[in-house]
Design a protein around this ligand. Structure first.
Ligand code: SOE
Length: 387
């Protein structure tokens, strides 16, 4: 008997890196075809990591068909069409450029790279690859929170009018303990920067995504409160922390709107708190990742006596991504953003449209992060004059 043709073409995914982000992306790839009607079916072809035992265990747990220990071997596989990069930032550029040159589509975790120069070379590689029909996207997953996609829609529809302010903070607390270990995230040569690149990249991207405007100027303060930490792998008991623990900056958007940003790993009690507010001439929007199925909306054109922030429960089928999920009121969470990310990339590949955030979007964020570091280094802080 002849085998039935698969209803949609299969696209093999090869993922490099298998820690926290690798697990989150695996969930996305595994679930997406069970929820959305897709124009292409992702196949979890192979996952790659340097430790064979660990990567094989990961492959088995998350449903990857094969495990590799060399990313070049992963890229060379004929059954891999999309290379998904979930490694620390110091290897993003090399892997992404090699994958694009090998004819693969690329999804790369944020921040796009550790430096502007690396990000620029990735954009050039993505442009060349685009001419051959390959696509490249950055993994700013919070764009895929339905409430935030919906917020962008409301801003684009003019529901809050011209933007005056964006206020965003992303707070974590895993470095409050001065004896928390020195991991790769605290080393400049691996991670590029600290809270700035890890958390600040998300909030800069969100500010630009929600408003549709680039950040065109910044003024910043950064701080490393704990300058050495226990280094389990090294001979000396403590190693140097070479990145920021916290970054605070103000910014101006292209339209002249003012923005403020705060990214820290030192906010005791705040585990993964991403809050934002956008104020326009005719209304405001507010969001809190700890209540990610909700969006607060104030319509300033309503009579003052009855106007005020109201809570929209973003679980209706008309809301972004929600048509495929559960009945209204049945909430989504963090992991679903990775399902949506996989959906958007697969749709883009199948329809040949440019996915966002593009590598160029990632480069723009990188430029803002570099400007923040430059501003913080110049330290143009004015001391109040005592009279
Ligand atoms: C760690 O700070 C981290 O996992 C980030 O790297 C992610 O991008 C963020 O979504 C959650 O926190």
């Amino acid at each position: 008997m002849e085998e039935a043709e698969p209803p949609v073409p299969a696209l093999g995914v090869g993922m490099v890196g298998y820690a926290f982000m690798g697990a989150a992306h695996s969930q996305g790839w595994r679930t997406v075809g069970r929820v959305f009607d897709l124009p292409a079916a992702p196949v979890l072809a192979a996952v790659c990591g340097r430790d064979r035992t660990a990567v094989e265990a990961m492959a088995q747990r998350h449903g990857w068909a094969a495990a590799e220990t060399d990313w070049r071997a992963l890229i060379a596989r004929d059954d891999v069409h999309i290379v998904d990069i979930c490694t620390p930032g110091d290897s993003h550029a090399e892997i992404a450029i090699a994958a694009l040159e090998a004819g693969k589509h690329v999804l790369c975790e944020k921040p796009l790279a550790n430096t502007v120069e690396e990000a620029q070379s990735m954009v050039l590689a993505a442009r060349r690859a685009r001419e051959r029909g390959q696509l490249a996207m950055v993994g700013f997953n919070y764009r895929r929170v339905p409430a935030l996609s919906y917020a962008r829609r409301l801003v684009a529809e003019g529901r809050i009018g011209p933007i005056r302010h964006v206020r965003v903070c992303y707070l974590q607390d895993w470095l409050v303990d001065p004896d928390a270990p020195l991991t790769w995230r605290l080393q400049r040569d691996r991670a590029g920067s600290g809270a700035l690149g890890d958390l600040g990249a998300h909030i800069v991207d969100l500010a630009q995504y929600l408003t549709g405007e680039p950040v065109v100027g910044v003024s910043a303060l950064t701080e490393t409160f704990v300058r050495s930490r226990p280094d389990p792998g090294a001979s000396a008991p403590r190693g140097e922390v070479t990145v920021d623990d916290a970054a605070l900056f103000t910014g101006r958007l292209a339209s002249g709107a003012l923005a403020s940003f705060e990214a820290t790993r030192m906010a005791a009690g705040r585990k993964n708190s991403l809050r934002l507010e956008v104020n326009g001439e005719s209304g405001s929007l507010a969001f809190d990742l700890e209540r990610l199925n909700e969006l607060s909306f104030h319509d300033h054109t309503e009579p003052a006596h009855s106007a005020g922030f109201r809570r929209i429960l973003v679980t209706e089928p008309e809301h972004p991504y929600l048509e495929a999920w559960w009945p209204p009121g049945h909430a989504l969470g963090y992991e679903h953003t990775f399902v949506h990310q996989a959906r958007d990339l697969l749709e883009a590949i199948a329809t040949g449209t440019d996915p966002r955030p593009s590598f160029a979007d990632g480069l723009q964020v990188q430029r803002v992060l570099a400007a923040v570091e430059e501003s913080a280094e110049k330290n143009a802080v004015y001391t109040p004059v005592q009279t």
